[in-house]
Design a protein around this ligand. Structure first.
Ligand SMILES: NC(=O)c1ccc[n+]([C@@H]2O[C@H](COP(=O)([O-])OP(=O)(O)OC[C@H]3O[C@@H](n4cnc5c(N)ncnc54)[C@H](O)[C@@H]3O)[C@@H](O)[C@H]2O)c1
Length: 257
């Protein structure tokens, strides 16, 4: 039996990077997964890739997480496809650069809309599904950038810190309401996905850019998507049944300094 056999996971931002990796790793351990993404073709391809090994284990839909009506449609489609939803992984996100002096209001609002507001809306709309499928787990992908700041990431730092605290509020509400629904946040350091390409370019491109990122990490390598995936797998499984309103740093030691 897999560690998440029979579980049904709804994963936003599932077309590539971490979301696609979570889908694959959960399917490897017996879950059914539903990948959603504003990049609908990418989500379809990621689901097809999983279905090559586990026929019918993955579904997908185009879904812009900033749109309430698209959340309603996607959640209904996911529940229909999987026969319910007991894992919600709020993973879709963008990384943005700008300081208090340079950040535009437009970029600020877009970052908050995708990285924070969507988790409020989506989780609120998902609650009836999760309550029907207890025990359930909500996993919010924050970042070490929600815990340590950078002068040139004001919108992203603020958004990821908000996700950290929103997670605790959701977890406490569920616990005190007597729901068997956990809610935890995951805080990766630089992880090898397309989102860090601009950071690598800023640092001088390819090898030089990666070296600069790595030099900030005590463990002396970038995280791989699977390093984060193992934490998500644990939080998805009943192994984490007593764990809620907590934060998990997958950070090679960076926040300990
Ligand atoms: N890779 C890292 O270094 C790192 C570190 C810490 C946290 N994170 C977080 O992990 C999550 C996943 O990032 P990733 O590294 O896989 O990046 P990624 O850019 O590879 O994937 C992000 C996915 O989110 C989707 N997305 C963007 N806007 C969307 C929207 N409005 N609606 C629906 N989907 C949307 C994209 O299409 C993409 O498929 C993000 O929340 C990111 O902030 C990543």
């Amino acid at each position: 039996m897999g560690r998440v056999a029979g579980k049904k996971a709804f994963i936003t931002g599932g077309a590539q990077g971490l979301g696609a990796c979570f889908g694959r790793m959960l399917a490897d351990e017996g879950a059914t997964v539903f990948l959603t993404d504003v990049n609908a073709d990418g989500a379809t391809k990621a689901a097809e890739e999983i279905n090559k090994t586990y026929s019918g284990a993955a579904g997908s839909i185009g879904h812009d997480v900033t749109k309430r009506d698209e959340w309603e449609t996607a959640l209904a489609a996911g529940a229909e496809h999987m026969g319910g939803i007991d894992i919600l992984i709020n993973n879709a996100g963008i990384g943005t650069f700008g300081s208090i002096e340079t950040e535009t209001e437009e970029n600020w609002r877009l970052t908050q809309a995708i990285d924070v507001d969507s988790i409020f809306t989506g989780t609120q709309l998902a609650m009836p599904y999760l309550k029907k499928s207890q025990p359930a787990s909500i996993i919010n992908i924050s970042s070490v950038a929600g815990m340590i700041a950078d002068g040139n990431m004001i919108a992203y730092n603020t958004a990821k810190a908000a996700v950290w605290m929103m997670t605790k509020s959701i977890g406490l509400h569920c616990a005190k309401s007597g729901y068997d629904i956990r809610c935890n946040s995951v805080h990766p350091v630089f992880t090898r996905t397309p989102i860090i390409d601009p950071l690598i370019a800023l640092g001088g491109g390819a090898e030089e850019g990666e070296k600069r990122l790595v030099s900030q990490i005590p463990w002396k390598r970038l995280a791989e998507p699977e390093d984060v995936g193992y934490c998500v797998l644990y939080l998805s499984s009943d192994e984490s049944r007593y764990v809620t309103a907590s934060e998990f740093k997958i950070d090679g030691g960076i926040t300990a300094q």
